[in-house]
Design a protein around this ligand. Structure first.
Ligand code: 5AD
Ligand code: SF4
Length: 457
């Protein structure tokens, strides 16, 4: 009997944290199907591009990457090997079979709600290849939103030991239909996983060494999954339940919508010690005219009032946000209102983007598009304000003591990198064995993107 050489899969993930989580689930499933992880596309028998469609010419980038992979496959074939190409994620969902029309080398196209079917699709694609039946018209395409719960079909996490911080998807999809956003089309309608499933996944992660869990969802604070007995309502109730897991030191969640920030969740910030003092709460713009055109269903004043309430409950909370400049119809005055809101509220950290028309979304067809040079100028101004606020926030921690979770080795020998309660990276001298522990430190340095610290004995 000849030894079957191990097959290897290389998964390249773009975009948000949910894609990172999905890529891990795909890797676990493929591992159960005999695919070991590959470090590069060159050493792989299967390459999966887990794509993002949120901004810019994401689809174009995928096509150029596929062009390179097609060449790699040609080289491999010359050497008697083969390479299966799969496209997953949000571009797969948005483009579907169009991907195969434009790049016939693609064997598998699978959307974010169907990736539990990936191993079977890959096996069928490999079989077609083996029998020479693989022609352009026979690629495997699945962009369904199946009735069955994909989480029921996913292989369990098999990593013997886990990094100390992990993601856990609790909610997926979105029913809000902001006029700029492609997510309701690529990820589908809002679905919440049942609390019992989430709790058992969290317990399994903690048993493998995880100390910090970030709950993920496109609209995570709209979570309304089936509760377990005696549990409080909504995400606040779920967080309280998770906090009872022995060994789970920290809980975070992202991304939230202002309209789903209910009293129970706000109270949890004050009452649950494990819930970190950090909130990513995108507002997108500071002008009511633009917020209305964006279909955000809140005003600048209601957002300001909400932040006021949250800060009254949890004064040391770090605020993070997302902003879009140059949404269709945004005037110079509208933009000034965004700057004013940022000035007044103060952000510890934020993401800001130029508006990018997404095919199929309402705003993409507006005739009132803002010129690119204007978008660039506005983004530069907004980012310099946000950067200054981020630096000020980091400096405000100088000389203070805090607990950090040691997450990974640093670049230099003897150095480790930890995470502050406010999501800042913290560099410190610490033994390698400190990995995965909570360490008490004093902050000795503050840069734009990270802190430096010393261990306190
Ligand atoms: N153009 C620019 N930014 C966008 N975002 C979402 N869609 C677009 C778009 N079409 C930003 C929003 C969102 C974040 C994830 O990406 O700020 O909160
Ligand atoms: Fe990108 Fe949105 Fe899809 Fe995440 S959900 S990968 S951000 S398009």
């Amino acid at each position: 009997m000849t030894d079957q050489p191990t097959k290897k899969a290389f998964i390249k993930s773009y975009g948000c944290q949910m894609n990172v989580y999905d890529a891990e689930r795909m890797a676990a499933q493929l591992a159960a199907d005999g695919y070991a992880p590959a470090e590069t596309a060159e050493e792989a028998d299967l390459v999966v591009l887990n794509t993002c469609h949120i901004r810019e010419k994401a689809a174009e980038k995928v096509y150029s990457e596929l062009g390179r992979l097609k060449n790699l496959r040609t080289e491999k074939r010359a050497g008697g090997k083969d390479l299966i190409l799969a496209v997953a994620g949000c571009v797969a969902q948005a483009e579907g079979a169009e991907i195969v029309r434009r790049q016939p080398a693609v064997d598998v196209v699978v959307g974010p709600q169907a990736y539990h079917r990936l191993p079977a699709m890959v096996a069928r694609a490999a079989q077609k290849r083996g029998t020479g039946r693989r022609t352009n018209g026979t690629a495997e395409v699945d962009t369904d939103f199946p009735e069955e719960d994909k989480f029921d079909h996913l292989a369990p996490d098999t990593q013997a030991r886990r990094a100390p911080a992990a993601f856990l998807t609790v909610q997926e999809g979105c029913d809000k239909f902001c006029a700029f956003c492609v997510v309701p089309y690529t990820r589908g309608a809002e679905v919440s996983r049942p609390a019992a499933r989430i709790l058992s996944e969290a317990r399994a992660l903690v048993a493998r060494g995880v100390r910090e869990i970030t709950l993920l969802g496109q609209n995570v604070n709209a979570w309304h999954g089936r509760p377990v007995e005696g549990m409080g309502a909504g995400l606040g109730g779920l967080i309280r339940e998770l906090a009872r897991i022995e060994g789970l030191a920290r809980i975070r969640y992202t991304t939230s919508h202002p309209n789903d920030m209910d009293a129970g969740l706000i109270a949890a910030h004050a009452e649950v010690a494990e819930l970190m003092p950090y909130l990513h709460l995108p507002v997108q713009a500071g002008s009511d005219r633009i917020l209305k055109a964006m279909n955000r269903k809140h005003t600048a004043a209601s957002y300001r009032a909400l932040i006021g309430r949250i800060r009254a409950t949890k004064p040391d909370l770090a605020l993070s946000g997302d902003f879009i400049v140059g949404f269709p119809g945004e005037s110079a005055e509208d933009f000034e209102e965004t700057l004013g809101l940022v000035e007044d509220l103060g952000y510890a950290q934020a993401y800001s983007f130029k508006y990018s028309p997404r095919p199929g979304t309402p705003a993409a067809d507006s005739l009132d598009q803002v010129p690119e040079v204007e978008k660039t100028a506005r983004l530069t101004r907004l980012q310099s304000l946000l950067n200054a606020q981020q630096i000020a926030f980091n400096r405000s921690k100088l000389g203070t003591e805090m607990e950090v979770l040691i997450e990974k080795p640093g670049r230099r020998a003897g150095q480790m990198v930890g995470r502050s309660p406010w999501l800042q990276s913290v560099h410190l001298e610490a033994p390698a064995e400190s990995l995965g522990t909570m360490a008490r430190v004093v902050i000795t340095g503050a840069g734009p993107n990270s802190l430096e610290a010393r261990l306190i004995a």
